[in-house]
Design a protein around this ligand. Sequence first.
Ligand SMILES: [Zn+2]
Length: 421
Amino acid sequence: MSNKLKIYLYYLKYKHQKFKDREKLIKYQNKKIRNQIEFIKKKSKFYNDYDSDNLKDFPIMDKKIMMDNFDNLNTIGINKEEALKFAINSEKNREFKSKLNGITVGLSSGTSDTRGIFLVSDKEKDKWAGYILAKYLGNDLYKGSKIAFFMRADSNLYESLNSKQVRFEFFDIFKPMQENLRRLEEFKPNILVGQPSVLIEIAKNKINVNPDKIISIAEVLENSDEEYLKKIFNKEVIHQVYQCTEGCLATTCEYGTLHLNEDIIFIEKEYLDEKRFIPIITDFTRKSQPIIRYRLNDILVESHNKCKCGSCFTSIEKIEGREDDVFLFNGIKEKIVKVYPDFIRRCMLFAGDISNYRCVQNTKEVITIYIDENKNIKEKIYNELKKLAEQLNFIMPNINFKEYSYDKKRKLKRVESLLKE
Ligand SMILES: [Zn+2]
């Protein structure tokens, strides 16, 4: 079966799979959890010795435990060192099409402490693509859509989806924005997908595009940004995919409410107060690198209001966490170069296994990096930033290194700008 056909079948499955009420959903989830437990006990060495059929008897995971037990956890016999080397190489060469033993290997920086490696098989990718299409395109898949995708990494996944009805066009956020904007204006998408900082940039440039649907990905969409985008693009709703490497957690409905994707993920809630909780997720769709009771770093705020769409999936009022800032530097070709937090996080990631850091922009010429003393790492960070400056054509700022610290009363931002625009 072709890749495209598989994705289409998943699309149909998820599009038509509806749950009348919470009870039906829970029954479905329990069945999926049972299957997943059976699978991991057989295929994942890490879980071999667990004798229970009850999810609650399995250990809570986080990125550190997952990375420490990488080799035993994954079910496809991939070794951590090999995977790490492979992933860093693909990132450095910006070559995202190659695979390791048929598996896509990626790095996750995120805002959490250790760097993570994720493994995705083709089947899992197809499922994911089908799921996203079902959630966001609905019947538009038949009407014809032009989808503009702003991403850090190019992906052959979507290109494989191009057909008469649907066209995906990629915009590499590594390229100069003006060039991307020109192409975007020509392409005239009816669906625009990108991270909030990029969407804002597009809105500010007042170019002549008028998408029907705007989908925010990767970063948390702040309320003020959401309002601004609604106003500029004249939309009632800005859609959101709340996704991390550990899974696709939530998507917005037609009323703009973010709902947990409880048809593919089971979510335990570790409550902090009446509404705020830390999600612990178990993904039914991941087989190559099972995600079982994985505790995320984000805090979600639950909404107790029933959504007008009638969905029985939990509604989320907002996501707290992962709110890093964009940096601005003096450019070589352009006056100002914007550097997205993701790029800065990548530099730290490439420099080594840094568990705690903060990177603060003081002025366009000065940044301060808070990190535990280590001369070797500092040099590596400097070199990574220098490479980034060359790639993005900005003037390398001065870097001050200071001992790691942060005000615990404030929310932690790893990448923070103190510049006033
Ligand atoms: Zn809804």
